[in-house]
Design a protein around this ligand. Structure first.
Ligand code: 1GP
Length: 249
């Protein structure tokens, strides 16, 4: 097992985790490092670097380097395309957008970057990425047919297919900046059938939402927008307090 997957697996035995998503296109190296350090001080367990559009390899590398210098937790690339690959991070989500109409997003982009990832020694984390309505920008760019919010059975089917394909993680994504997170019933339904860790992100802005998602069975919460818009302030602190309390810290 790779080092980052081993870290996540061991930590998940103790309870849920939180990951902070930073967009290298919106935060420069120094700004990203500052957000990462503040987030980790509050208990965030990893830093994800990514965004839906316009990420240059140089920007990704500079941000990954700055973040890695600032924090001891893993830095994971959340790739937009093969251009997001940089050896400056610890790992990369080797992710397939399972409900995309585009074969590129399901497997061709991955094939284009696989040898490079091996050459650079980046740890690939095999991840089934499932876009839930509204899906926001990533749903459009990814040419997804988003899972309707009232169709938990469809989300279950995709998630279990990811597990049966041998993926290591499943990510239910409502889209960055979504007006509401993935529905609780959907999280519950997916968790009931899944044996690999369940990541939930998109639209999480409050402690209440975080608590409800954790109760529904989300094992890793991802937030980006809340810190982007409000900085590491009360909302972010409240979300992290819920995660820490759920794991008994
Ligand atoms: C987006 O799930 C992440 O890929 C985070 O979403 O920006 O809405 O927190 P937010």
């Amino acid at each position: 097992m790779g080092r980052v997957l081993d870290y996540l697996t061991k930590k998940l035995e103790r309870g849920p985790l939180h990951m902070t998503l930073i967009d290298p296109d919106k935060a420069s190296g120094a700004a990203a490092a500052q957000v990462a350090a503040a987030a980790v001080a509050l208990g965030s367990d990893a830093i994800m670097l990514g965004g839906s559009t316009g990420i240059s390899p140089e920007g990704m590398t500079a941000t990954a380097k700055a973040v890695k210098e600032a924090v001891a937790v893993p830095t994971i690339i959340f790739p937009e395309s093969p251009a997001s690959v940089t050896p400056a991070a610890d790992a990369i989500y080797f992710m397939s957008l399972l409900n995309s109409r585009s074969v590129d997003r399901v497997i061709r982009m991955q094939a284009r970057s696989a040898l490079e990832i091996q050459r650079l020694g980046l740890e690939p984390l095999a991840l089934g990425y499932i876009i839930v309505a509204p899906g926001m920008r990533v749903g459009e760019v990814g040419q997804a047919d988003p899972v309707p919010r009232d169709n938990a059975a469809l989300a279950q089917s995709y998630a279990l297919a990811a597990e049966y394909l041998g993926m290591q993680l499943v990510y239910l994504e409502a889209g960055s900046g979504a007006p509401a997170p993935v529905p609780l019933e959907m999280v519950q339904a997916v968790r009931r059938v899944l044996h690999i860790p369940l990541i939930v992100g998109g639209g999480i802005r409050s402690a209440e939402e975080a608590r409800a998602l954790l109760r529904a069975g989300a094992q890793i919460l991802v937030t980006g927008t809340v810190a982007e818009q409000q900085g590491i302030g009360p909302a972010f602190e409240g979300i992290l307090a819920e995660v820490r309390s759920a794991r008994g810290d």
